[in-house]
Design a protein around this ligand. Structure first.
Ligand code: NDP
Length: 240
C-alpha cells in the first residue's frame, strides 16, 4: 500500500531511542501515534500532527483504549514499535519485589499488552510489522540487572513465538538489541566506566538513538519482506 497511508505506533517516544524512532518514521511519511507518560514531552509531538497519548504500557486497559483511539482515527495500524522500557538495577540478593515486578511489568507485560491490542487489526489487514526493543543484556545477561535481563530475554522469546504465530498473515515480528546508546538511561555512567566500556566496543563509540532508529526503520519498511523472528544487535560490535 501507499507509504503515505501507513500508520505507525511507537511506545516510549517522549525521550531517547523511542523519540528518535518516532521522528524517523514521521520523516518516512508514516501517520504516527506515540505513547508515553510525561505530559509536557508528549505535548511537543502534538505540534507535528502526531497523535500523542498518555499511556502507561503496563496497564492493559490504557493500552486497549489508546489502540482503539488510533483505529477510530485511521482505521488501521501497520507498524507497532515496542520501545518503552525502564531499569531498576541492583544485585539479586538485595532486589526488592517492587523493583523486580515493576521492571517485568513495564518491559515485558507492556510489550505483551501492545502486541495483543494491535494483532487483531493486523490479522484483519493481512499485513503488519512489529519491532520490539530488547537489549544485548537480554542475550548475554549482566550482573546487577537480573530483572532487566529477564524482561529483555522474555521479550526475545515473545518476539520469536509471535513471529511464528502470525507469519501466515504476512505480519513480520522482530526484535532489535541495542548495546550502549547515549540516552537518559545510560547517562549515569562515570567517565571511568565509559572509558572501560569503549575498550570493548570495536567501533570505539557509544551508539546514538538514530543508529537504532534507522535499523527499526528498515525492519518496518516495505524493503523488509523476508526477515521475521530475528534479534538484530545494534551495538558497535560489542558482542562479536
Ligand atoms: P529512556 O529512559 O531515555 O526513555 C524511556 C522511554 O520509555 C521514555 O519515553 C519513557 O516515557 C518511556 N516509558 C517508560 N516506562 C513507560 C511506561 N510504563 N509506559 C509508557 N512509556 C514508558 O530510555 P532509552 O531511550 O535509553 O531506552 C529505550 C528502550 O531501549 C528501552 O526499552 C531500553 O530498555 C532499550 N535499551 C536501551 C539501551 C541504551 O543503551 N540506552 C540499550 C539497550 C536497550 P516517559 O518519560 O513519558 O515515562
Amino acid at each position: 500500500m501507499d507509504m503515505l497511508n501507513r500508520v505507525a505506533l511507537v511506545t516510549g517516544a517522549t525521550r531517547g531511542i523511542g523519540r528518535a524512532i518516532a521522528q524517523h518514521l514521521l520523516n518516512q511519511g508514516f501517520e504516527l501515534a506515540v505513547f508515553g507518560r510525561n505530559q509536557d514531552l508528549l505535548a511537543e509531538w502534538e505540534s507535528q500532527s502526531v497523535v500523542a497519548l498518555a499511556v502507561d504500557v503496563s496497564d492493559a486497559a490504557q493500552v486497549d483504549a489508546a489502540v482503539h483511539e488510533i483505529l477510530q482515527r485511521w482505521g488501521r495500524i501497520d507498524v507497532a514499535v515496542n520501545n518503552a522500557g525502564i531499569t531498576r538495577d541492583g544485585l539479586l540478593m538485595r532486589m526488592s519485589d517492587d523493583d523486580w515486578e515493576t521492571v517485568l511489568k513495564t518491559n515485558l507485560t507492556g510489550v505483551f499488552n501492545v502486541c495483543r491490542a494491535v494483532i487483531r487489526p493486523m490479522i484483519k489487514q493481512r499485513s503488519g510489522r512489529i519491532v520490539n526493543v530488547a537489549s544485548v543484556v537480554g542475550i548475554a545477561g549482566n550482573a546487577g540487572q537480573v530483572n532487566y535481563a529477564a524482561s529483555k530475554a522474555g521479550v526475545i522469546g515473545l518476539t520469536k513465538s509471535l513471529a511464528k504465530e502470525v507469519a501466515s498473515r504476512n505480519i513480520l515480528v522482530n526484535a532489535v538489541a541495542p548495546g550502549y546508546i547515549d540516552t537518559d538511561m545510560t547517562r549515569a555512567l562515570t567517565e571511568e566506566q565509559r572509558a572501560v566500556l569503549l575498550k570493548h566496543i570495536p567501533l570505539q563509540r557509544t551508539g546514538q538513538p538514530e543508529d537504532v532508529a534507522k535499523l527499526v526503520g528498515f525492519l518496518v519498511s516495505e524493503d523488509n519482506q523476508y526477515i521475521t523472528g530475528q534479534v538484530i544487535r545494534c551495538d558497535g560490535g560489542l558482542m562479536i
